[in-house]
Design a protein around this ligand. Structure first.
Ligand SMILES: Cc1cc2nc3c(=O)[nH]c(=O)nc-3n(C[C@H](O)[C@H](O)[C@H](O)COP(=O)(O)O)c2cc1C
Length: 199
């Protein structure tokens, strides 16, 4: 019975996304949400970070949600020099590349909810986020992107969400979080609004 309810909810979420993401938890009875979340599987926080800011948010989110934490590591590390890294990242974006990942999990089957974090690179998400998302069948999964950048430019954030939606075929990609790594108030509010805080 619960499985049927879950399937129905997921189907509705897909149709109503992204609006449904934030509303599901608040409009459903608390006990039923707990039961559905148990049934639905685990939560994963997967992130890529070059200089540590996204990593800080990811660690905080994992702590607040009780999720597993995965750092996405490139097979070929990015240059440690900012300008050199910029050149590599720009070429990757312009060629729509999918740089290889060194530690790609074999399967994400145990996860129903995935929070995916990254810095804004060249006005969108780093291409390695595309590699990660396109490596799996994400049908039925619910994805929450989170990101931050130097300029905190809304259009660049929106571009990155479009990119995540293109790459996460079959998943429901919720409205993302755009907050500085130091702004734990905004991060916690986003998690609470989306019913992601561990009880
Ligand atoms: C290759 C590269 C490209 C970047 N492009 C942008 C950009 O387009 N817009 C922006 O506001 N910041 C940009 N930044 C700055 C990062 O988004 C910012 O430093 C962020 O906090 C880094 O997150 P991290 O510590 O998780 O790597 C770029 C940084 C790098 C290294």
């Amino acid at each position: 019975m619960l499985k049927r309810v879950m399937s129905l909810l997921l189907a509705m979420a897909t149709v109503l996304a992204p609006v449904a993401c934030a509303q599901a938890a608040s409009e459903t009875d608390g006990a039923a949400v707990d039961a559905l979340q148990e049934e639905a599987g685990k939560t994963l926080v997967a992130y890529f970070s070059w200089s540590g800011n996204t990593e800080e948010i990811a660690a905080h989110i994992a702590e607040q949600t009780g999720a597993d934490l995965l750092e996405i590591q490139p097979e070929t590390p990015y240059p440690t020099d900012y300008n050199e890294c910029g050149d590599v990242a720009l070429a990757e974006r312009d060629n729509n590349e999918r740089p290889a990942i060194a530690n790609l999990p074999e399967s994400l089957d145990e996860y129903e909810t995935i929070l995916i974090g990254y810095p804004i690179w060249w006005h969108t998400a780093p291409m390695i986020i595309g590699t990660f998302l396109e490596s799996y069948d994400l049908s039925g999964k619910v994805i929450y992107p989170f990101t931050q950048s130097a300029s905190m430019n809304q259009e660049q954030f929106d571009n990155s969400i479009d990119f995540v939606r293109q790459c996460a075929v079959g998943a429901t990609v919720c409205d993302g979080l755009f907050a500085r790594h130091t702004d734990t108030e905004a991060i916690d509010a986003y998690l609470a609004d989306n019913g992601l805080i561990e009880e």
